[in-house]
Design a protein around this ligand. Structure first.
Ligand code: F6P
Length: 323
């Protein structure tokens, strides 16, 4: 193996740069060139590929986002798009590729690897932490910290004005990010899609909490299906007399910022390990982390099986967030 490529795809996540750095430097250690593909799979299709020298990743370990840029590629869904991508890899004499991304990006990697028998390794990078087979994905820890810092600030206003605050957190269909952020910020109520609650349940729970505590933080995972936050706030106002309700959608601040030390360590381990494995001939796998040790997961399992959230955390939170 002489030439490898790396790309970042889908939603960026803090720690991607630390991972790219680890890949480039580990490959260089084995006398392998790394080619950086710009703009994810779109860049692969458009031959936006250039060599990434070990010195070019200096001073990037602490930077959020991705120096390779990212995209959600429509064209890669088509066989024609993937064929172009393959031809570009061949033209550049590239014999393997490391894909950094979430669910959709790893699905693309699996299809491409199967279709062209191309050496491919995936690395889970998403703030959602919804990838099966790995305890953590790169970016999750930083996003959780950003959310907790934001909720700590919102809590000051909630407490001072005795308000009920609904804070919407990202995570797509998964409540993982919301659940851990909710516990860490001492939220009085955590609503996630995995824990089915009816609107009546929510109102009843809130009434109980509000009897004793006037300031309440509700962490609301974006995958929950209670309509708009405007509607939910109105329902709460109508059902709880004299309640003072506000909502806040944290949005993309959750995806950006300086990667936390634990994300940098995770990114370094997974980046290094991807080179270790691909040079041994391992392909069609994702490198994840289990009990603090890197592990290999079939790409097929990573994309088709569902990562479960630990619902016992909801029970713990229900007990310790109120009196
Ligand atoms: O998958 C990461 C994520 O940030 C999700 O939590 C969120 O639902 C989605 O991406 C937002 O995507 P976009 O930035 O394309 O709007």
């Amino acid at each position: 193996m002489k030439n490898l490529a790396v790309l970042t795809s889908g939603g960026d996540s803090p720690g991607m740069n630390a991972c790219i750095r680890a890949i480039v430097r580990s490959a260089n250690h084995k006398n392998i060139n790394t080619f950086g593909i710009q703009y994810g799979y779109d860049g692969l299709i458009n031959n936006n590929i250039k060599i990434l020298l070990p010195e070019e990743v200096s001073n990037t370990i602490h930077i959020g986002g991705t120096i390779l840029k990212s995209a959600r590629s429509e064209e890669f869904y088509s066989k024609k798009g993937r064929e172009k991508a393959y031809q570009n890899l061949k033209m550049n004499n590239i014999d393997g590729m490391i894909v950094l991304g979430g669910d959709g990006s790893l699905t693309g990697a699996k299809i491409f690897g199967d279709e062209f028998k191309f050496n491919i390794i995936g690395i889970p990078c998403t703030i959602d932490n919804d990838i099966y087979g790995t305890d953590y994905s790169i970016g999750f820890a930083t996003a959780r910290e950003t959310i907790v810092n934001s909720i700590d600030k919102i809590r000051d206003t909630a407490a001072s004005h005795e308000r009920i605050f609904i804070v919407e957190v990202m995570g797509r269909e998964s409540g993982y990010l919301a659940l851990e952020s909710g516990v860490a910020s001492g939220a009085e109520l955590i609503l996630i899609p995995e824990n089915k609650n009816s609107m009546t349940d929510v109102i009843n729970k809130l009434k109980k909490i509000n009897n004793k505590k006037k300031s309440v933080i509700i962490v609301y995972a974006e995958g929950c299906k209670f309509g708009s936050l405007n509607e939910l706030s109105k329902k709460i106002k109508d059902s709880i007399s004299n309640s003072n309700v506000r909502f806040s959608i944290l949005g993309h601040i959750q995806r950006g910022g300086i990667p936390s030390p634990s994300d940098r360590v995770l990114a370094s381990i997974l980046g290094y390990e991807s080179i270790n494995q691909i040079t041994k001939g391992i392909t069609n796998k994702m490198i994840g982390i289990k009990n603090q040790k890197p592990i290999l997961i079939n790409l097929n399992d990573a994309i088709s099986k569902k990562k479960k959230v630990d619902l016992s955390l909801i029970d713990i939170s229900n007990i310790i967030s109120k009196y």
